[in-house]
Design a protein around this ligand. Structure first.
Ligand code: AMP
Length: 286
């Protein structure tokens, strides 16, 4: 496995391969890789001939009071995981290389980026959309794999490649969870030991919402209330949002009729947890 740091070397690698019609896959990450990332890398490995995993803690997607400086960076572990899963390249650009002096252009966001994460973290999606566009420019992949864990991000990236004709096929893979259901996240290491057990409450709340839908509740507010109730029973947790949404537009749904996504973000101590569940509404007998 090659370690490439400079964007120009990255582009040279992919240009050579594309001339030979080699199918390139990219898994963009911020490192601190866990089994969720591993699943994406495996899925990519099956779908391409040459695989690059990018590891870049992108400063422009962090707010001023967020965890940029303390974000975990276990680079030897990350490289070993990439190598083990058969990546051909670990792309590790520096901040200076990604945002050299004079850098100015950012991607303007679609409506789907305004709500939820976009509201709580105002600069986040602009940073995400811009860095993803830059990575696609440097790596020129035919396919790129993202996790359902960051559902709104995956919808945004899908829109981005369509709207800007980036020519990359976006594949979204399911969320990988711990045994108790907690969605794996690089930030879970920040959870205090007492909070680790509580953290699964977010997933339980989404499950309770899904269960209500399966049992025939179709009122969006009623489903939201069910999810709220579960979180309220865990006093250490505060809610950023819990919502029942259309999976394509991320607009809240008042009456559930087909597929919905239940999305949630909560705070537990200093840790912010996000999660979601896609739910297909059962056919009702008339
Ligand atoms: P990150 O390193 O957190 O920026 O995530 C890199 C990619 O991994 C994104 O596409 C995430 O959605 C995805 N990802 C993060 N956690 C998980 C998980 N538990 N299961 C599946 N994919 C994940």
């Amino acid at each position: 496995m090659k370690i490439i740091r400079s964007p120009s070397a990255m582009t040279a690698w992919s240009e050579g391969l594309r001339r030979e019609n080699v199918r390139i896959g990219l898994v963009p990450t911020m490192g601190a890789l866990h089994d969720g990332h591993r699943a994406l890398i495996r899925a990519a490995r099956l779908r391409c001939d040459a695989l690059a995993v990018s590891i870049f803690v992108n400063p422009t997607q962090f707010g001023p009071h967020e965890d940029l400086t303390k974000y975990p960076r276990p680079i030897s572990h990350d490289r070993a995981l990439c190598k083990q899963e058969g990546a051909d390249v670990c792309f590790e650009p520096s901040v200076q290389a990604m945002y050299p002096e004079g850098f100015q252009t950012v991607v303007s966001l679609p409506a789907i980026a305004r709500r939820w994460e976009g509201e709580v973290r105002p600069h986040h999606f602009s940073g995400v959309a811009t860095v993803v566009t830059k990575l696609f420019g440097m790596v020129s992949p035919q396919i790129a794999i993202f996790g359902q864990k960051d559902f709104q991000q995956s919808v945004l990236v899908d829109r981005l490649v369509k709207d800007l004709n980036l020519g990359v096929r976006i594949i979204v893979r399911p969320t990988v969870r711990e045994r108790d259901g907690l969605a794996m996240s690089s930030r879970n290491v920040y959870l205090l030991p007492d909070d680790r057990g509580r953290a699964v409450t977010l997933y339980r709340s989404l499950r309770a919402g899904a269960e209500a839908i399966q049992q025939g509740v179709d009122d969006g507010r009623a489903i939201q209330a069910v999810m709220h109730q579960v979180i309220k029973a865990e006093p250490a947790m505060t809610i950023d949002y819990l919502a029942v949404c259309d999976p394509r537009t991320l607009e809240p749904i008042s009456t559930v009729t087909s597929r919905v996504v239940l999305i949630g973000a909560v705070r537990l101590g200093s840790v912010r947890l996000i999660d979601n569940l896609l739910v297909t509404v059962p056919r009702r007998r008339s």
